[in-house]
Design a protein around this ligand. Structure first.
Ligand code: XMP
Length: 502
């Protein structure tokens, strides 16, 4: 396995993902003792990026002894500087580099085997290595960073100032592939290993305790539910809360699917209760927190009825965790299953078996578990549902409008056979404008249509939906949905927008 020592950077879980893509098992850990590091018996170690400066007092540095373990080590960004600092090099503040930069390779290196002499890399730093430690040679530079990559080839220590884990680094995958080869990893780890390991960990942790799973019918919570049912069998109860903010006919569809699985399934109709809590609330974060809290309260009530439930399972995945603000990362949105949780949750523990996976990896796990393709390839639907696709106050009338408009849009997309969209939906703006229908004036809402292309949902491009399809959807929406007289298409990417509107 490869051990990833985490120093708090934004992209650290992406490093794990890149290693997993090489079919090599890895784990990400913060501030491990040498004893624990040894216990992992790593075949290689990666030191991640991080927001601090290595020369600041109290900054987290890797233990000196890792350099005596005899295993290859790769330092990335802060990790590169930490490696330099611990081995006697010098790190200072330099000229900031942010974004795409050209890296020039200066000499041959096993780390860069097969990489072009000049290639684009992703930089994000102010500090840099000024003096390489003894026995290191500089193997790559950019115009503002003369030591952008260095190595001690005898001991297989490598340091790169750029981020090979970010897709914008053209040779990123190649660099990770080279590193796992340098480590001598067998590349025999697969998603099926993840499934087996997770089920066994869940069995050990939960034993014969009772578990409640928050099931939304989406990919993530469905995969989490099936993983748990394999681990604890009938001790699992899946609770599907219909918060009244689901897509048209969704509650009935979810029930139909899960009734066929061998698990306890309870549906709670809580639409009115959620609407009452949301009355008059317009601030998106407030809406998210209210929905998150109400969910937990419903689960707590169900759990009391079942009695002695210790664990609550959620299908939280990695992008939810990062965007809700992890460590020093900024809060973009409080995903209701992470940052939207109330401070007090009446369960012994919340279990999130998919917390470190990206969406496409969760889909792979779902296939491994034998979930039907119509669930595995479903487009994501956020926990707070239409509550965050209605800009401003949520009312029963607005929910109905967005449900109808969204159903029409999805029908038209599917009729036209538009493929490869990661997510597409209708949202209701809080803009009303003047229109004319028949011979009369209207003053109604504008619906916004959105469709995006993405694989990790961290960044996304607006999809170019054929005009005929948009036109057909827009015509049907204004004609069939009462209260709408205008349809807009959102062509912004993420960033600067997000996929959802709130
Ligand atoms: P954004 O809008 O942040 O969304 O670009 C990224 C992805 O996350 C989904 N999303 C959520 N999923 N709980 C979830 O389970 C949430 O609170 C939540 N908010 C956004 C969104 O649909 C997209 O796929």
């Amino acid at each position: 396995m490869i051990l990833i020592l985490d120093f708090g950077g934004q992209y650290n879980q992406l490093i794990a993902r890149r290693v997993r893509e090489q079919n090599v098992y890895c784990e990400v850990h913060t501030a491990l003792s040498m004893e624990k590091i040894r216990a992992f018996k790593p075949e290689g170690i990666i030191l991640t990026g991080g927001p601090c400066s290595v020369y600041e007092e109290g900054s987290l540095l890797p233990p000196q002894e890792i350099f005596n373990l005899g295993v290859p080590i790769l330092g990335i960004c802060y990790g590169a500087q930490a490696l330099a600092q611990v081995l006697g090099g010098k790190v200072c503040s330099g000229q900031s580099e942010y974004g795409k930069t050209e890296l020039e390779l200066l000499s041959a290196s096993k780390l860069f085997a097969g990489v072009e002499k000049k290639s684009v890399v992703w930089m994000s730093h102010t500090d840099r290595i000024f003096t390489a430690p003894n026995n290191f040679s500089v193997i790559g530079a950019t115009t503002s960073c003369p030591i952008a990559a260095m190595e001690d080839s005898a001991r297989n220590f490598y340091a790169v100032q750029f981020h090979p884990e970010v897709v914008h680094t053209e040779a990123g995958a190649k660099i990770f592939s080279n590193f796992v080869d340098i480590c001598g990893c067998k590349r025999d780890w697969k998603m099926s290993s993840f499934v087996a390991e997770t089920i066994s960990q869940l069995k050990n942790k939960i034993g014969d305790g009772k578990v409640l799973c928050a099931l939304s019918g989406g990919v993530d919570s469905s995969v989490a539910a099936v993983l748990l049912s394999k681990a604890v069998g009938q001790n699992l109860t899946c609770v599907f809360v219909d918060h009244g903010l689901l897509r048209k006919n969704e509650a009935a569809q979810v029930e139909a699917v899960f009734k066929n699985f061998d698990l306890n399934f309870i549906q709670v109709d809580a639409g009115e209760r959620f609407l009452a809590k949301l009355r008059g609330v317009i601030e998106p974060e407030r809406k998210r927190k209210i929905i998150g809290e109400e969910f937990i309260r419903v689960f707590e009530e169900v759990s009391k009825k079942i009695g002695a439930v210790d664990y609550l399972v959620q299908g939280t995945i990695y992008p939810d965790v990062i965007e809700s603000g992890l460590g020093k990362s900024a809060v973009i949105k409080s995903h209701h299953n992470v940052g939207g949780l109330p401070d007090f949750v009446d369960f012994k523990e919340i279990v999130e078996p998919l917390r470190l996976l990206f969406k496409d990896e969760v889909r792979q796990v779902g296939r491994e578990l034998g979930l039907p393709e119509n669930i595995v390839s479903r487009q994501p639907f956020p926990g707070p549902g239409l509550g965050i696709r209605i800009i401003g106050e949520v009312t029963a009338q607005k929910v109905k409008i967005v449900q109808e408009a969204d159903a029409i849009y999805r029908e038209e997309i599917s009729k036209a056979g538009v493929k490869d969209l990661a997510q597409y939906f209708a949202a209701l703006t809080n803009m009303r404008s003047v229109g004319v229908m028949g011979d009369g004036r209207t003053y109604d809402y504008a619906v916004a249509l959105r469709a995006v292309l993405t694989s990790d949902f961290m960044t996304a491009k607006a999809a170019q939906i054929p005009w005929d399809v948009l036109n057909a959807a827009a015509n049907r929406i204004v004609n069939e949905v009462k209260g709408v007289n205008r349809v807009l298409y959102d062509c912004t990417s993420k960033p600067p927008a997000t996929i959802e509107f709130e």
